[in-house]
Design a protein around this ligand. Structure first.
Ligand code: DGY
Length: 419
């Protein structure tokens, strides 16, 4: 089987009827940002299926615009916490109650560009749902109009146990009202996964929000964990630009004006997340008020959002890590004390993050480093398989296997290489 056939076969095997599970058993439902990347992967060979991925994710959208992190289309005993723990009232299909990085408008634009005029009706139908979602981010997570959206749970960032959350998470009590019955460590070596104490805090937050009735205003007031995540904010800025491109075709002039205004505000405030001493974009702790002094791969994502100012310094850091033999891009600075090369978001390399960083580097004029990140990603996947993530030191594939978003990124990078 060729490499392209192998990647396509993974998407087909993880297809559960119009939506793709990230991987069998470990993640048996539809995940928000996974599906956005996976839709782009499907778009390389099956445009109808790419739209279906987006449409099925939107089946989980709430009336207020939230696109939840998980849509529980079909029951499974393989995952904790399931829908009964989330306790979101009156929803079919059931969902979790928090967002994930908003890649969807970017994916929709990507699929439309592939499909041309033939895709216009599908895009037109989902466009208002994307607008509603971006308004949700503003109303629910930035009601004061600062330009930076708040994150209330590490799972919302997709980078669950990043060391950037360690101090802010200390404020979250470890007591839970839900019994913790982890399934992940039955599927994958516990050494690759978040620690028990982190899960206690993750579930404490779920308990708290469930008891607040998943009310966006109360959640924002109550949450002991509140950060302006540089990753989420950069991805949202990129998504606003892609939404604006869709609005040029499908939107009203008022919508275009509102989006353009948000873009310009976000450009200014995300630029303010640059930290001169560390030479990196950082997350702001919205309770303590300061920037969190940990370099992570999320700090390269302002490039994906189109911020040019520090692109050369960021590219140089990547080049320096690569010269030392660190596989790009480690999710945590390999020189940080908190770096753990095999533990989930505390060090390993993630193909989707690499794809966004490579796009950002290319678009800000750093094509050589972009090519290095892209070819490094392909090499890791080629050597270790379509793993969930990769150890940047020994290059082993770790976490879940036959992973959908890794296959999707391999298809995208493979195409770029052939061009
Ligand atoms: C998990 O359960 O590991 C997920 O990252 C939550 O989205």
């Amino acid at each position: 089987m060729s490499r392209i056939e192998a990647a396509r076969a993974i998407l087909a095997a993880n297809d559960r009827g119009g939506y793709t599970v990230p991987t069998d058993r470990l993640y048996p439902f539809q995940w928000n940002w996974d599906s956005a990347f996976v839709a782009m992967g499907w778009a390389t060979f099956d445009l109808d299926r790419a739209w279906r991925e987006v449409e099925r994710l939107l089946e989980g959208q709430w009336d207020d615009g939230l696109i939840p992190q998980i849509v529980f289309h079909a029951p499974s005993e393989d995952y904790f916490p399931g829908p009964e723990v989330w306790g979101v009232p009156r929803r079919t299909p059931p969902t979790s109650g928090i967002p994930q990085p908003p890649v969807l408008a970017t994916a929709a634009r990507f699929v439309l560009e592939r499909h041309g005029e033939a895709g216009a009706e599908r895009a037109r139908a989902i466009y208002p749902r994307l607008v509603l979602n971006h308004l949700w981010w503003q109303r629910a997570r930035d009601p004061d109009g600062t330009g930076l959206v708040a994150t209330l749970h590490p799972w919302e960032t997709g980078m669950d146990n990043s060391p950037a959350w360690d101090d802010a998470l200390e404020r979250v009590p470890t007591e839970t009202r839900t019994e913790i019955r982890r399934r992940d460590t039955g599927h994958v070596d516990a050494a690759f996964r978040p620690r028990g104490i982190e899960y206690q805090r993750f579930i404490h937050l779920v308990d708290l929000f469930r008891e607040a009735g998943w009310d966006a205003t109360r959640m924002l007031q109550l949450s002991p964990f509140k950060v302006a995540d540089v990753g989420t904010n950069a991805i949202l800025l990129r998504a606003e630009r892609d939404l604006l491109a869709l609005a040029e075709r499908f939107g009203t002039s008022q919508e275009r004006e509102a989006i353009a205004k948000r873009i310009s505000r976000k450009e200014t405030v995300i630029a303010g997340l640059w930290d001169e001493p560390l030479g990196h974009y950082l997350t702001r702790d919205l309770i303590g008020g300061s920037l969190i002094p940990v370099r992570t791969s999320a700090g390269f994502l302002p490039l994906f959002a189109g911020l040019q100012d520090h692109a050369a310094e960021l590219a140089e850091r990547l080049d320096a890590w690569q010269r030392r033999g660190v596989s790009l891009v480690p999710s945590t600075d390999p020189d940080a004390e908190s770096f753990e090369p095999q533990r989930y978001w505390r060090g390993p390399v993630w193909a989707v993050v690499n794809w966004m960083i490579a796009c950002g580097l290319r678009e800000t004029g750093h094509a050589v480093t972009a090519d290095t990140v892209a070819s490094e990603t392909r090499r890791l996947i080629g050597d270790a398989g379509f793993s969930e993530y990769f150890n940047p030191i020994d290059r082993a594939g770790i976490g879940g296997e036959t992973f959908s978003w890794t296959a999707a990124i391999d298809l995208l990078l493979g195409e770029e290489k052939r061009r």
